[in-house]
Design a protein around this ligand. Sequence first.
Ligand code: DGL
Length: 267
Amino acid sequence: MKNQNPVGVFDSGLGGLTVVKAMRNVLPNESIIYFGDTARVPYGNKSPELIKEYSLQITKFLLEHDTKIIVVACNTATALALDTLQDKLDIPIIGVVKPGVDSALKLTKNNCIGVIGTTSTINSGVYETELKINNHSIEVASSSCPLFVPLAEEGWINEPATKLIAKKYLEPINLANVDTLILGCTHYPLLKEVIQEAVSTKIKLVDSAQAMASETTKLLMNSGLLNDQNAKGDLKLFVSDLPARFETVASRFLGEKISNVEKIQLG
Ligand code: DGL
């Protein structure tokens, strides 16, 4: 495997572009191939079997582009398909849960951590399990926030309705004594301000996109796959559908103007 090969990144849709944004800040000379399954988003309410099948189709596509590692930039796919992917693929593949867990464990002072995510992610219990593997005395309070995904895509970042919904979803988090809250969905960094406003100012938010970018750097270094060429890496975006307002929404997640998008059909 050559270290000039691209890093493969995928998500159920566009939320994973928050991870790409963080990766392009810390790893500017890595080329990235991103796949967003925009035709089949959301994964958050689909069965584990279907999420595994979709994730396998996507990784097969990324491997055809000679990706040197694969980053699963979707909490739902990580929760339900990461083990299967790691069993079946020969290249390093990392998911977004562990980096978020590691950051939260470093931040918490009172060992009480909150997690928010899609219904599938929260129901899988993946965060609670991973937190307790590392420290069995950790207490976990979770809440699923399914409406956050369409609100982030709609760009309703600071609307009164979003603030009301955030207050309601975050009630169980406020009632628990958490001092750290994991944003367990790659769409949620866009709603960081509203989320912080809806919880106590003392609660520290863990943005898994940032944590994922640091973990990717570590993995590339440890596997000798860091791209040492001194040129800006390319970004190529593939999606399974080009919905209305695609460029506006995708640019919002990525924090830069979108170009180079190709629609392909999988499966
Ligand atoms: N980006 C997905 C995640 O991190 C959420 C969107 C979906 O439900 O597909 O879980």
